[in-house]
Each structure stands twice: as structure tokens, then as C-alpha cells.
Design a protein around this ligand. Structure first.
Ligand code: LIP
Length: 263
């Protein structure tokens, strides 16, 4: 695969995502608890199954890692589709219109293509490596906020663990003092896209999963943003903390996070 043929591949993924979006409007939503405060619905499962069936045909040898399915075996050298069938499942269950379908493609472990779609707002974020980032076909870019006091902070909670929730609260609380205000949308994938579209300058969460961020990171990179671990280490696609910014705010935010973590 070369990067030249990512453009037609993106079109095919967009088409699948629009087809999958129909599955997010079932007549009856059934909810199952995967763990405490961790839910999956029949819509998540239907969208997951749809992508597992259709994505491998788009790219020879590719495999699918979905939040709602057992992981594929031996993904080492295969191109990997990383899917969150519904990111923001809790919002979806409670009727808040802030959720999305997220499909990323990892090539040699790096995100090279991403599609994130909020079917309620009808906002489609897309990117492939070297091709720029777009919202509904219009180019997007991170904002130019250079001071935390003039930017909006996006943050996510981690309701599954009291330990990380305490740390998250401390970090958000400290950053809140330095920024205009903070928002918790309930969808990390959308947060990263909002950052890419210049709607906020910083995004933090203590536990991001590969399916929350694979697509978003491809989009953010093309929009001129950056993402690392909280301690500044390079981002990989393992579950853990993330600091994503417009680039200009990265170092100063990392310093405040370190202070909050060691307090
Ligand atoms: C969600 C994340 C969100 C986090 C939620 C949850 P899901 O993913 O995107 O940022 O706060 O607890 O993990 O489970 O809706 O795909």
C-alpha cells in the first residue's frame, strides 16, 4: 500500500460509515453492562458487526480491532482498522446527541486514515496522511491560541476507576484555573476532532483507548495538532493518558499537568 491510494480508500470508508450510521437509530435500544458504569447497546454491536464484515474487503490482509468484539489474533504486520462503533455510548443511552462512529486505519502501528461521524449533528471529520483534514469536506486546522487563558479545555472523565478519576479531577481542576473554561463532551473521539477543528486548544484524559483515538489522531495530525502522553512521551495506541493540543499550548499544559500529578 502506498499513501497515493489512501484517497479512494477514504471515500470507501466514508461510504461504509454513512451506511453504519443507519444502524445507530434502532427502534428500541437495549443496554448491557460490560462493567460498572461501562455500557454497550444493541446499536454498538450492530455497527461493530457491520464493520467487521465490510472493512477487510477494502484492504487486502487488513484486520479489524473493534471495541465491541474480541481482538483479532496476530495483528503485527497487518494493516489494522480500529473501530469504535459508538464513541459516547453513555450519551447515546441517555439521549445526548454527542456521540460518533470512529474508524481509524493503522499502518505499521501509525494512524494513517481516520473517519469520525456524528450522525445527529451530521458532522463528518476525515483525513488521510498527507491529504489534510476536513469537516464535511471543508479543510480544518487547529486554532492559534498561544495562551491557556484564551483557550477552551476539553477533558474526559474515566468513570470506571476511582483511582484514575481522582487524578483526572485534580488535573482538570488545575487546568481549569488557567483556561477560559472546560467542557466534558462524553466522547473522546469527538473531543480530538473539535481540537482539530480549532474549537478548543487542549484536550486531556487519563485513560484513552485505541478505539477512542485511532481515527482522531490521524485527523489531528493533518490539522496541525500534536498528541503525547502526559509526561511528554510519544503517543502510542495503547490505553493510557493523552495530552492533545494545538501545538502552541503543549509544553505549558504539560508542565501544569506534571505539577497537578505530583501534588
Ligand atoms: C467513552 C469515551 C469517553 C469517556 C467514556 C467512555 P465509549 O467511550 O470516549 O471519553 O469519558 O467514559 O470511555 O465507551 O463510549 O466508546
Amino acid at each position: 500500500m502506498t499513501f497515493e491510494n489512501l484517497a479512494p480508500l477514504l471515500e470507501k470508508v466514508e461510504s461504509l460509515v454513512h451506511q453504519a450510521a443507519v444502524l445507530t437509530t434502532p427502534r428500541d435500544i437495549t443496554v448491557t453492562a460490560k462493567g460498572e458504569k461501562d455500557f454497550v447497546t444493541n446499536a454498538d454491536v450492530a455497527v461493530s458487526n457491520f464493520f467487521i464484515q465490510h472493512l477487510p474487503a477494502l484492504l487486502e490482509g487488513s484486520q479489524v480491532l473493534s471495541e465491541e468484539a474480541p481482538p483479532p489474533s496476530n495483528t503485527q504486520n497487518a494493516p489494522l482498522w480500529v473501530v469504535d462503533p459508538i464513541d459516547g455510548t453513555t450519551n447515546f443511552i441517555f439521549g445526548l446527541p454527542v456521540y460518533c462512529i470512529s474508524v481509524g486505519l493503522l499502518w505499521q502501528g501509525q494512524p494513517v486514515l481516520g473517519v469520525v461521524y456524528n450522525p445527529v449533528m451530521q458532522e463528518l471529520y476525515t483525513a488521510y496522511k498527507g491529504g489534510g483534514a476536513f469537516l464535511n469536506g471543508v479543510p480544518i486546522h487547529v486554532n492559534t491560541d498561544a495562551e491557556l487563558k484564551s483557550t477552551l479545555l476539553l477533558a474526559e472523565t474515566n468513570p470506571y476507576s476511582n483511582r484514575t478519576q481522582t487524578l483526572t479531577s485534580a488535573v482538570i481542576g488545575e487546568l481549569f484555573l488557567h483556561t477560559v473554561d472546560y467542557r466534558v463532551t462524553g466522547s473522546a473521539a469527538l473531543d480530538i476532532c473539535y481540537l482539530a477543528a480549532g474549537r478548543a486548544g487542549v484536550f486531556v484524559t487519563e485513560q484513552i483507548t485505541p478505539w477512542d483515538c485511532a481515527a482522531g489522531l490521524a485527523i489531528l495530525a493533518e490539522a496541525g495538532g500534536m498528541a503525547t502522553r502526559w509526561n511528554g512521551e510519544a503517543m502510542d495506541l495503547q490505553t493510557g493518558a493523552i495530552l492533545a493540543t494545538n501545538g502552541l499550548l503543549h509544553n505549558q499544559t504539560a508542565v501544569i499537568i506534571q505539577q497537578a500529578c505530583t501534588r
